[in-house]
Design a binder for this molecule. Structure first.
Ligand SMILES: Nc1ncnc2c1ncn2[C@@H]1O[C@H](COP(=O)(O)OP(=O)(O)OP(=O)(O)O)[C@@H](O)[C@H]1O
Ligand code: SF4
Ligand SMILES: [Mg+2]
Length: 355
């Protein structure tokens, strides 16, 4: 398995009507292996969706590209003309299921027309009958009845609509599929079905690698190989799903992981910990660690210069904090009595029956 995607020092920003710059993706670098899935977690507003849109390489106001590289399967896409990206990259090299996709389907058009749009934009020279056959095949893989092709979005249930969106987004068999909160609007059983379908598409080779964005950390733990945590436009930690859930290093990811409300099997026993305060304003330039105002371990070092990423003790494991690993573990060890105090002496899930 080789590298499917590499993002190097990517910076993108929103320009407001007042000409202010909101830097929602700031010097972000990461890699995605062929055949692997990567989860992105973080609080609302930390830049997850902006990162997803930015790595497509196709920008329109108010989102702008500043600097950095995006390489998909060996192809550098940031240097390509936007029209070339639209015709040859979007949908086939990389496809995106947006956060609000459920409400985005034009209610006046039949489902088959959305599929025609995607295929025709890529100029595949297919006849209407060939397009219909392709759509029917993809619908069968996703357990969608053929009749849906001739229906309007308003006629579909939530789960059916989400599967239809997945069919439209993956019709060109993308190398990388980004699913942005694909299940948050659904009930729990529909969520599980949607996630399973996405992974079936990967297993069957229709999608090579996947980036999965959600607030729900227990979901990431079960479905992704690796997890990255974002905070205020930066990646603050990365590791395998198991490492990130059981041994988060950086204080913000530790707080995020420990705030899991519905414990998955094996995550019981974590101290349930709230993160006080709110993320910083992304319009401002930041000196030092962006988490400093909310971090219980902050000291004078934290507000100096740039806090870079450090090696987290295993291959591919990184975290952003000026403390060395051993120092952080010592700080956590000393802090446990305070945490217990904070939570009235209770440890999340302790003493409960196992799921
Ligand atoms: N169109 C826009 N114009 C200006 N600023 C924007 C725009 N869209 C998002 N932002 C800002 O960019 C930052 C990152 O937003 P983004 O939607 O990427 O966060 P997110 O992590 O996906 O949040 P959520 O979990 O709520 O979906 C936020 O501060 C947000 O206010
Ligand atoms: S650099 Fe300082 S403020 Fe940032 S996470 Fe580490 S200890 Fe906390
Ligand atoms: Mg979002």
């Amino acid at each position: 398995m080789g590298l499917m995607m590499e993002v190097r020092n990517l910076t993108t920003y929103y320009k407001t009507r007042m000409n202010e710059r909101i830097c929602s993706v700031d010097n972000v670098s990461f890699t995605l292996e062929d055949g692997k899935s990567l989860g992105i977690a973080g609080e609302s507003g930390c830049g997850k969706s902006t990162l997803a849109m930015s790595v497509m390489g196709y920008y329109f106001p108010p989102l702008y590209y500043d600097s950095g590289n995006i390489i998909i399967d060996g192809k550098e896409i940031t240097s390509l003309d936007p029209d070339v990206i639209r015709r040859t990259v979007l949908g086939s090299d990389i496809a995106y299921i947006p956060q609000a996709a459920m409400n985005a389907l034009n209610p006046t058009r039949k489902v088959i027309h959305f599929i025609e749009d995607v295929l025709e934009a890529h100029d595949k020279g297919l006849s209407k009958a060939e397009i219909y056959d392709l759509a029917r095949e993809r619908f069968a893989v996703l357990n969608l009845p053929e009749k849906v092709l001739n229906q309007y979005a308003v006629e579909l249930s939530g789960g059916m609509k989400q599967r239809t969106i997945i069919a439209i987004s993956t019709i060109l068999n993308p190398k990388v599929l980004i699913a942005d909160e694909p299940s948050s609007a659904l009930d729990v059983s529909s969520q599980k079905i949607v996630i399973k379908l996405l992974y079936d598409l990967m297993e069957k080779g229709f999608v090579r690698s996947m980036i999965f964005i959600t607030h729900e950390l227990p979901l990431l733990f079960n479905v992704t190989d690796d997890i990255m945590v974002m905070y205020a436009g930066e990646i603050v930690e990365r590791g395998t799903a198991k490492e990130m859930v059981f041994d988060p290093i950086m204080p913000y990811s530790k707080g995020l992981m420990n705030s899991i409300i519905v414990p998955e099997e094996g995550t019981r026993g974590h101290v349930l910990m709230a993160i006080p305060g709110a993320p910083p304003n992304l319009k401002l330039k930041h000196l030092g660690c962006r988490f400093a105002e909310r971090c219980r371990f902050a000291d004078t070092e934290c507000s100096k210069g740039t806090v870079g990423e450090q090696y987290g003790g295993a291959e591919g494991r990184t975290y952003r904090c000026h403390h060395k690993l051993e120092e952080l573990f010592q700080l956590y060890e000393k802090d446990i009595p305070n945490l217990l105090d904070h939570n009235n002496g209770k440890i999340n899930g302790a003493g409960d029956e196992k799921n």
